[in-house]
Design a protein around this ligand. Structure first.
Ligand SMILES: *Cc1c(COP(=O)(O)O)cnc(C)c1O
Length: 365
């Protein structure tokens, strides 16, 4: 078993490190999933979840990983023709999911590390007759933060086009305004910036999506938003929920509300700034590192750092591991040329400085 005592050494961009006291909450007793106690538990987590999503709507809680709700977003919210904005591995996954549901799907692809711009979306919507657009808010494979507020405006100005947002590594770590930005579906998972164990996923769907879902006869069973909507109104879930994870969720919602959602965003921004400053500092001292994502479009939860020619991502992460810290290699085709640091969840600036100094020690050897 890994050492659970020394919090602050595990910096994967998901799953993220979970505090011991949150893990302790998993030990709550089993209750029937239609029991009063379960309804009270579900009711108790709604205000925290709504604060994270910044919504007045109910937040659905799914016993699945986030990929399940990516599929749900398409099955419930897309009618005929989907445009997927692709700028990395997870947005490509969203494209493949849309395609797998049998809808006509096209991808608007930019290089990994680049941003999906509103301008390009305007042009694509003008010609494509799309009714739904998929996008990833914080692209965990590259550290790029997409301008989803502007992308949502473009969709809505184009007519009856909905925006389906994967904010799996965004929600809880960076500003997300589901209602104010008029996002049609937003989904996230438990094991990223929310710093919970894997196994739960969360989504908000607006009225427009529910009206579409009513028209779709092939939206499936497990991820039917109409079932989620009906059940959450009674503080229930459609099927047996992962009861133990709900105890951890309740404990973590209390923590997040005590910190405050905006304070949480600010802490993530500070950790990200610390990382960018370190990269700049290394470069100014002759060690050529770079942040992959362009300035102004960087996710506060994860940084993808480009290594110099000849330095291997898996070698660096292995040596960092020998020193007791965990970071990630690059993702997919960026595996060897980059490393990724997930400064998200419950980590602090001090812990971020600690992991960066270990990475520095490894790189300078
Ligand atoms: C982790 C991640 C996913 C996939 O989440 P699962 O919980 O493994 O299904 C999807 N999108 C993004 C942006 C992610 O970071």
């Amino acid at each position: 078993m890994p050492d659970t005592q020394s919090f602050g050494r595990f910096f994967l961009p998901g799953p993220t490190e979970v505090l011991p006291e949150i893990l302790d909450a998993l030990r709550g007793p089993m209750v029937g999933h239609r029991a009063k106690a379960m309804e009270e538990l579900i009711a108790s987590v709604q205000p925290g979840l709504q604060a994270i999503f910044r919504t007045e709507r109910p937040v659905y809680i799914s016993t699945s990983s986030s990929t399940g709700l990516m599929e749900a977003a398409v099955r419930n919210g897309a009618l005929r023709r989907v445009l997927s904005l692709v700028n990395g591995a997870f947005s490509e996954r969203f494209y493949r999911i849309a395609e797998a549901t049998g809808l006509h799907t096209e991808a608007l692809v930019v290089e990994w590390g680049e941003v999906n711009t509103p301008e390009a979306l305007v042009d694509a919507l003008r010609v494509g007759d799309f009714d739904a657009v998929t996008v990833v808010h914080s692209e965990t494979s590259t550290g790029v933060l997409n301008p989803i507020r502007e992308l949502a405006q473009v969709c809505h100005q184009a007519g009856d086009v909905v925006l389906l947002v994967d904010s799996v590594s965004g929600a809880g770590g960076t500003r997300l305004e589901t209602d104010a930005w008029e996002l049609d579906v937003v989904l996230t998972g438990s094991q990223k910036a929310l710093a919970l164990p894997p196994g739960l996923a969360f989504a908000v769907a607006n009225e427009r999506i529910l009206l579409r879902a009513e028209r779709k006869k092939d939206r499936g069973v497990y991820f039917d938003f109409l079932e989620f909507e009906k059940n959450i109104r009674k503080n229930q879930t459609p099927n047996t929920p992962a009861v133990s994870l709900f105890y951890a969720l309740a404990a973590q919602m209390r923590r997040i509300q005590a910190e405050g959602v905006e304070a949480r965003w600010a802490r993530h921004a500070a950790m990200a700034e610390t990382t960018y400053r370190w990269v700049d500092d290394m470069r100014s001292r002759g060690y050529p590192l770079a942040v992959l994502a362009p300035e102004g479009f960087r996710s506060p939860t994860v940084t993808c750092i480009v290594l110099p020619e000849g330095v291997s991502g898996s070698e660096v992460t292995r040596r960092v591991k020998e020193r007791g810290f965990t970071i990630a290699t690059g993702y997919g085709k960026l595996k060897e040329s980059t490393i990724r640091i997930g400064h998200m969840g419950e980590h602090t600036v001090a812990e971020t400085e600690a992991v960066l100094s270990v990475v520095e020690e490894v790189l300078r050897r």
